[in-house]
Design a protein around this ligand. Structure first.
Ligand SMILES: [Zn+2]
Length: 282
C-alpha cells in the first residue's frame, strides 16, 4: 500500500512548497464561531524567554531535537460533572473518543470553509474546518488532482447540537448497536474539533462506505494524507483502540510531523499519545 511512500514524500516536499504559496484558505465568515476567547499560544519561537536561566534539564529522554511530543492522553483528561473531558480542545493533538469528551459548549475558534469541491450546494456547517486544517485540505486535494485523483469533502465540522440530532436519528433508524459503532455520542465526535473531514471520490456508491478503502481515491488517501498532515483516524484492525469501525474516509488533521510518524508506523492517535506507546484497551 505504501510502496511509493518514500518517493511520494520527496515529490510531495517539492510540491508542497510550490502549492503552499498560493493556497491561503479563504477566511470566509467565521459563521458559527462566537469569537476566540481561547488565548492563543502566541509566544514567538525564536529566542525563548531567557529569564530563569536555569538550563532546562533534558527530562524527556530520546526526543529528537525540534520535535516536541505533545502531552500524553493521561495528561490531558479531567473529570467535568462526571464526564471525562479533554483539557486541550484547541490543540492539534487533541484526542476525542468514546472515553474522552470535548467540553459540550466547545466551538473551534477559527472555522473557515476550505476551497475544495463538495458534493452538495448547501452552505452548512459541515463545510467548515479549523483554519490550519482547511489550508492543509486544500493542499491535499491539489496534490490528488495532480495525480489524477478527484476528491470531494463530504463532512467536516459538526456542532454538539448537530451531533445530538444525528445520533438520535441513527438510533431510531439503524438501532443502538449500529449507532454505537458508527456514530458518536454528542460531545464525543471528532468532527466537533473542526479537525476532521470525511472525504470521498466522485462515486456516491462508496461514499462513507468501507469499500471506499479499495477505490483509487481511498488508496491514494492512505498513501498520501500524511504528507499534508492528515491521518486515517479509524484503521482496520484497530477498532478495540479507537472504538470505531474502519473508516477509510475519515481524515483527521494532526500536522505533518505527527501524521507522518503515525501513518508510517501504522498506529492510532491513541497509541501515539499513550505514555507507554500503546493505548490501553479501555
Ligand atoms: Zn467522519
Amino acid at each position: 500500500m505504501n510502496k511509493n511512500r518514500t518517493t511520494g514524500l520527496a515529490v510531495a516536499a517539492v510540491l508542497s512548497v510550490a502549492l503552499l504559496s498560493g493556497c491561503e484558505a479563504p477566511s470566509l465568515a467565521k459563521l458559527l464561531s462566537s469569537g476566540d476567547q481561547q488565548a492563543q499560544p502566541s509566544a514567538p519561537a525564536s529566542g525563548a524567554s531567557s529569564e530563569g536561566s536555569e538550563n532546562t534539564t533534558p527530562s524527556s529522554q530520546q526526543e529528537e531535537p525540534g520535535i516536541q511530543k505533545p502531552p500524553s492522553l493521561q495528561e490531558t483528561i479531567t473529570m467535568v460533572e462526571g464526564v471525562p473531558t479533554v483539557t486541550n480542545p484547541t490543540e492539534l493533538s487533541v484526542v476525542v473518543n468514546k472515553q474522552r469528551a470535548l467540553p459540550a459548549d466547545y466551538i473551534p475558534p477559527d472555522l473557515v470553509e476550505p476551497n475544495v469541491p463538495f458534493p452538495f450546494d448547501e452552505k452548512v456547517e459541515k463545510r467548515f474546518m479549523r483554519a490550519e486544517a482547511a489550508k492543509a485540505l486544500e493542499e491535499l486535494f491539489a496534490k490528488a488532482q495532480l495525480d489524477g485523483i478527484e476528491l470531494y469533502a463530504v463532512s467536516g465540522y459538526r456542532s454538539y447540537k448537530t451531533q445530538r440530532s444525528l445520533y438520535e436519528t441513527y438510533v431510531k433508524t439503524q438501532g443502538a448497536e449500529h449507532a454505537a459503532a458508527y456514530s458518536a455520542v454528542p460531545g464525543k465526535s471528532e468532527h466537533q474539533t473542526g479537525l476532521a473531514m470525511d472525504v470521498s471520490g466522485a462515486d456516491a456508491k462508496t461514499r462513507l462506505e468501507e469499500p471506499f478503502g479499495e477505490t483509487p481515491e481511498g488508496q491514494w488517501l492512505a498513501a498520501h494524507s500524511a504528507e499534508c498532515g492528515f491521518i486515517i483516524r479509524y484503521l482496520k484492525g484497530k477498532e478495540a483502540i479507537t472504538g470505531y469501525s474502519y473508516e477509510p474516509w475519515h481524515l483527521r488533521y494532526v500536522g505533518k510531523e505527527m501524521a507522518q510518524e503515525i501513518m508510517a508506523k501504522g498506529i492510532t492517535l491513541e497509541d501515539y499519545l499513550s505514555e507507554d506507546g500503546t493505548a490501553q484497551k479501555q
